[in-house]
Design a protein around this ligand. Structure first.
Ligand SMILES: C[S@@+](CC[C@H](N)C(=O)[O-])C[C@H]1O[C@@H](n2cnc3c(N)ncnc32)[C@H](O)[C@@H]1O
Length: 375
């Protein structure tokens, strides 16, 4: 079976960012596009954000739980902050403003995000490098930059999922609210599209995919309906097939009836879950002692992976009985900054419904002399 997923649910010719492999900061000699973030916003970042469920037009992407991200990451030692999903640069701008001793490396798979972030971060150009890259290649970009600058990596942020302008652009095919092609690729140079998944996967593969994304008892019914309606070419067609396959009582429930199927297909197209575990592992390996990692996830499949990776870093994989001294020699690598995930405030969700499904987890990397269990 192919990669089931889990849980709920610009003109690139104008891209004037520079690759970072030589450690050269953004815009050192080349200008970048006009800054879109106002002075007021840069100093007082909007405490809201958005990514999760596909909700009606929200305008520009608002960074989720930005106040919390800034308060957790600001105290880190001077060094490089990797924003593994820089998007429009909302979190990145807030962090550059809050901690002037950080150099920011921003990654994103989507070339349009790099263009957008380069514009928004123009005023910080001497402290920013951007690269169009998937975060499972984080070390490929961060290691040469750290070596060239002689700086440790002291902060990593993953703000998972999609951003508002990806959802709101019908041609990207992410949204059941807009009629567009079945695309859903974050990186448009990638071969696999949503049409390939929807029209090419077997009924049982689709059923497993839908089951893993919360469709439970309806997964077979949905898969059968999709297979019977093939070939499907547009988001509207897929949304209609899904809606008509569900019982009327389920269609009346809050939220669009096709939301989980769309999320399942998106996660599969972009291999979102497969990439997350190794990327988190790389991030933890790169972090210097005292460095911190924050992850914002938007569905339970993502959060389960983050929780498991963080727990393993905290316990060092210790197999000794709880509450007894450790004898297995496990070395813990990190401490959790809070045990349960944190959620956005009701106020934030009210002003930015796309933040509603966000869960935040954070850890701090330990030094070698702190890593024995019980220390
Ligand atoms: C929620 S948005 C980030 C928004 C950003 N924090 C901001 O303040 O504007 C998520 C971004 O992650 C990017 N993304 C998703 N998967 C990725 C991956 N594997 N590697 C790099 N970027 C990825 C998406 O293209 C999208 O721009």
């Amino acid at each position: 079976m192919r990669s089931p997923s889990a849980g709920l649910v610009e003109d690139s010719s104008s891209a004037r960012f520079r690759p970072v492999r030589d450690g050269t900061p953004l815009g050192a000699t080349q200008p970048v596009g006009g800054l879109q973030m106002s002075q007021a916003n840069a100093n007082h970042p909007d405490p809201n954000a958005g990514t999760g469920p596909d909700l009606p037009g929200q305008g520009r992407h608002q960074p989720v739980m930005v106040g919390e991200v800034v308060s957790i990451l600001s105290p880190v030692p001077a060094g490089i902050m990797v924003d593994a999903t820089v998007g429009d640069g909302g979190h990145a701008a807030a962090m550059l403003e809050a901690n002037t001793r950080l150099f920011l490396l921003g990654l994103d798979r989507d070339p349009a995000a790099i263009v957008s972030a380069s514009r928004r971060l123009e005023r910080y150009r001497d402290r920013v490098a951007l690269e169009q890259l998937s975060f499972d290649q984080l070390a490929v970009a961060a290691c040469p930059l750290a070596a060239a600058k002689g700086l440790p990596v002291t902060a990593v942020l993953f703000d998972l999922g999609v951003r508002s302008d990806q959802l709101d652009d019908a041609q990207r095919g992410f949204s059941y609210r807009h009629d567009g092609p079945l695309d859903m690729r974050m990186d448009s140079t990638q071969a696999l599209t949503a049409a390939d998944v929807v029209n090419g996967w077997s009924e049982s593969e689709l059923a497993s995919l839908f089951a893993a994304n919360g469709e439970g008892r309806f997964c077979h019914r949905l898969a059968r309906a999709v297979v019977a309606a093939r070939p499907l070419s547009s988001t509207t067609e897929l949304a209609q097939v899904v809606a008509s396959a569900l019982p009327a009582s389920v269609r009346r429930e809050p939220g669009h009836p096709a939301r989980r199927v769309f999320q399942a297909v998106r996660v599969a197209v972009n291999s979102e879950l497969e990439m997350l575990r190794p990327a988190l592992g790389e991030a933890l390996s790169l972090l210097a002692p005292g460095g911190r990692c924050v992850v914002l996830s938007y569905h339970s499949g993502e959060d389960r992976i983050v929780k498991a990776v963080f727990k393993e870093a905290e316990t060092g994989g210790c197999s000794c009985p709880p509450k007894l001294p450790c004898h297995c020699g496990a070395q813990r690598r990190a401490r959790l900054l809070f045990r349960s995930s944190r959620r956005p405030s009701a106020l934030e969700v009210e002003s930015n419904p796309r933040a509603s499904s966000a869960r935040m987890r954070a850890l701090e990397r330990l030094g070698a002399n702190e890593s024995r269990l019980g220390s």
